[in-house]
Write a protein that binds this ligand. Structure first.
Ligand SMILES: NC(=O)C1=CN([C@@H]2O[C@H](COP(=O)(O)OP(=O)(O)OC[C@H]3O[C@@H](n4cnc5c(N)ncnc54)[C@H](O)[C@@H]3O)[C@@H](O)[C@H]2O)[C@@H](O)CC1
Ligand SMILES: [K+]
Length: 471
């Protein structure tokens, strides 16, 4: 599991070690350069690995006015000791004093932006770190970098650390310090792989992390595996009302998702289409007790009164997954959704919040958190990267990310079925969302290609078997 922290948390953890910085000078009373040298040593080690063999190679440093530039300069001084040629470009004509002195003492040189056009093997981006604002790189600098590999110091410059929005330089590797920042997990295309260098920060003392990204092993460890004492009712009965005359396939897709995720039993409670059930002989039409419900996938324009009555009854009875056409504020307002899961995509979440879709897409994590608080429900915001927000909780969960092959009609219906089957086992809505979304993503990663969603769902058991074999 990767955890990501806000800039405020990183700064507070640093201040615990060094004291609060002086507002005039920006220098902390206990700042003897130790943290920076730890960071720079880790950065230099990562660069040496990238260059291998390093001796005789050339590295350019992009140096900004703050401590991010300081890290780059100190790393440059360390690289000099390994016979790497180092040229530093000081963007604002100045750089971290001690770092610059160390680099010059070690035989590094300072160059102007023209000098950056000379050939080099690697660029270290130390323009801006967690003190940076969102912004695109200066064109002259971007041109000078060209295709040369870039190692970003802490975060790619111009990428806002607390944000999900893309901007700034593109790095081939990001070396970060103390803890991951939100942008590392939300902008993997900008950051490249991220390497974490420990510098001794106690981030747990600053409160819960902002974001947690799940990995396959975490999914395996948390999966609710049935025990010898279980039977179909304890495994969990799922009631599903999905599909309509206009969207008949939604029922089939939701059933496939729930069945292949291990539901103990499924009651098909939508407009029954018996021919559909021929394919799923274990699904029953009989009404009865359910441990979880799924409603809304493929409903289309259902009569509001009837829809509202169904949702009120079901949310009062058991945890629910509400999807697609059930995700309307006029249907949701006033329901007790505290143990339920809403599974919108960006357009549906925008409609729920009464904002533009672009606003949700710009800051999806915030939008999911706002919706969780607004509706008092757990939210799984679907998309290329997915976010699970729980009402009253600071930490947002990111299920295992998967390939974009699942971006097609019907994937949401199978996912909703998977989440409902998990809810019925008794896990809470957050875990049901994380496990269901991760299972779909991991399966898509194992079977890349344009596999239709119902066929992909048929592979869920194989993915799960492989995951659990490692447990
Ligand atoms: N404080 C510490 O203890 C440590 C800090 N470290 C490094 O220090 C960095 C933070 O340093 P700073 O707080 O000095 O901030 P930065 O070095 O990130 O930024 C310096 C200044 O650049 C200006 N700036 C930001 N974005 C800009 C833009 N797009 N265009 C023009 N100007 C812009 C801002 O006014 C900011 O104050 C971390 O990211 C990390 O690299 C590490 O050495 C580890 C220890
Ligand atoms: K940087």
């Amino acid at each position: 599991m990767k955890t990501a922290w806000t800039v405020d948390q990183i700064r507070r953890a640093e201040a615990t070690i060094m004291g609060e910085p002086d507002p005039q000078t920006g220098v902390a009373p206990g700042d003897d350069g130790t943290l920076m040298r730890r960071a720079a040593a880790g950065l230099a080690a990562a660069v040496l690995r990238e260059l291998r063999p390093a001796s005789g190679r050339t590295v350019h440093l992009l140096v900004g006015p703050g401590n991010n530039g300081g890290d780059a300069l100190w790393a440059g001084a360390f690289l000099r000791r390994c016979n790497v040629r180092v040229r530093a470009h000081l963007l604002t004509g100045r750089g971290h004093e001690a770092g610059l002195a160390a680099l010059l003492r070690a035989g590094g040189t300072v160059t102007d932006v023209e000098g950056l056009h000379q050939p080099c093997d690697l660029v270290i981006d130390g323009l801006f770190g967690i003190g940076g604002r969102a912004g695109e790189p200066d064109r002259a600098i971007a041109e000078a970098i060209g295709d040369t590999p870039v190692v970003a110091v802490d975060v790619p410059s111009g990428l806002a650390s607390d944000s999900c929005a893309p901007s700034g330089l593109r790095a081939d590797l990001t070396v970060t310090f103390g803890g991951h920042k939100i942008a590392h997990l939300t902008q993997p295309d900008r950051c490249g792989p991220t390497e974490l260098v420990e510098i001794g920060l106690d981030l747990d003392a600053t409160g819960p992390p902002a974001l947690r990204q799940w990995e396959a092993a975490d999914v395996a460890a948390a999966w609710p595996v049935p025990t010898r004492h279980d039977h179909k009712y304890t495994r969990g009965v799922v009631g599903i009302d999905a599909g309509s005359a206009a969207y008949p396939g939604a029922a089939r897709l939701a059933l496939a998702g729930a069945l292949n995720t291990g539901a103990g039993m499924i009651r098909h409670l939508g407009d029954a289409d018996v021919s559909l059930l021929a394919e799923f002989p274990s699904v029953v039409l009989a009404e009865g007790r359910c441990q979880a419900f799924l409603a809304g996938s493929g409903w289309g324009d259902r009569d509001t009164r009837a829809a509202r009555a169904r949702l009120t009854e079901w949310t009062d009875t058991a945890p629910c997954v509400l999807d697609a056409d059930a995700l309307r504020p006029d249907l949701l307002d006033g329901l007790d959704l505290s143990d339920s899961l809403l599974t919108p995509h960006a357009g549906e979440l925008a409609r729920m919040l009464g904002v533009e879709r672009s606003e949700v897409e710009a800051e999806p994590m915030d939008a999911a958190r706002r919706a969780a608080d607004r509706f008092g429900a757990t939210i799984l915001l679907k998309g290329g990267l997915q976010y699970v927000a729980t009402p009253g909780e600071t930490t947002v969960q990111m299920p295992v990310p998967g390939p974009a092959w699942t971006a097609r009609a019907g994937s949401g219906d199978t996912l909703a079925g998977a989440c409902a089957a998990l809810l019925a086992t008794g896990v809470d809505a957050t875990l049901a969302a994380v496990l269901g979304a991760s299972l779909q993503a991991l399966t898509a990663a194992d079977h890349p290609g344009p596999r239709p969603p119902e066929r992909l769902a048929e592979r869920f058991p194989d993915t799960l078997a492989a995951l659990l074999a490692e447990r």
